[in-house]
Design a protein around this ligand. Structure first.
Ligand code: 6PG
Length: 258
């Protein structure tokens, strides 16, 4: 594993998705047990897409079941974003996490807080904002852990290039319903205000198609509206990027030239 620091973030480069998922599984476990010890509960927001599935399946395997056995009872599960589809839809981030992890571990159903993608987007966003306020007892929640991915266009959660959510990253909106032109679809997403407040933020990025956007994100001097992932920074917590060799390829080439 290679590691280096850039833009206030630690980047760890692993051989492949299996290795970075194993590392993320270790971090997830440490943060879960540490949060429960200090605060009596663990709050985590899961990302969607395909990359986190390997991690979710790992957290449900026998080894992790053993170490996390007592943690699930004190764990509250949320999402960073959701597609505006019903929970059984193949596109649903809830469905993926349910199949790969949540249906296989003893987390109480009342502590699984999914975004209601089947509802009218604005009202789904409003009800989730109220849920967050209720569950965290504060206007802006502070998660123990937020998992994030990055798209080939450098979007993260459902904050896409040139998103209005970038312009208004200082407002106290915690969740938004956004219409994504390129997908001709609505998405529900936590805002940067919430992402950057987390105690721990872990990006999972794998594959050669992510190499160029990742290079751009780390080469960008400052916030670029075409690179939403560049706007994620830990205000008071830890930010770590778990990437594989393929995804780090262009960045490492550039670093080698430096
Ligand atoms: C989503 C995600 C999104 C995802 C990236 C990367 O709902 O799609 O939350 O932000 O993390 O699109 O997706 P992959 O892991 O599939 O490349």
């Amino acid at each position: 594993m290679k590691t280096f620091e850039k833009n206030g973030a630690r980047i760890e480069v692993w051989r492949d998705l299996a290795e970075l998922s194993a590392r993320a599984g270790g971090l997830f476990t440490d943060i879960a047990l540490g949060s429960i010890k200090v605060r009596g509960r663990f709050s985590v927001a899961l990302s969607g897409g395909s990359t986190p599935r390997a991690l979710f399946e790992l957290l449900a395997d026998d080894a992790h079941q053993h170490t996390l056995a007592r943690a699930w009872a004190s764990t509250h599960v949320f999402w960073t974003d959701e597609r505006c589809v019903p929970p059984l839809d193949p596109q649903s981030n809830y469905r993926m996490a349910h199949e790969a992890l949540l249906s296989r571990v003893p987390v109480p159903a009342k502590q699984v807080h999914r975004m209601r993608g089947e509802d009218e987007p604005e009202s789904a966003a409003e009800s989730y904002a109220s849920l967050l306020e209720r569950e965290f007892g504060a206007r802006v929640p502070v998660f123990d852990l937020i998992l994030l991915g990055m798209g080939t266009d450098a979007h993260t959660a459902s904050i896409f290039p040139r998103s209005p959510l970038l312009k208004d990253s200082s407002g106290d909106q915690t969740i938004a319903a956004v219409y994504v032109e390129k997908l001709s679809a609505y998405r529900l997403t936590l805002t940067l205000r919430v992402l950057n407040r987390a105690r721990n933020i872990i990006f999972l990025v794998s594959g050669a198609e992510k190499a160029e956007p990742l290079r751009k994100v780390f080469a960008a001097a400052d916030k670029d509206e075409d690179l939403p992932a560049r706007w994620v920074h830990a205000e008071a917590g830890e930010l770590v990027w778990q990437v594989d060799e393929e995804a780090a390829g262009e960045m490492q080439k550039e670093k080698g030239k430096g």
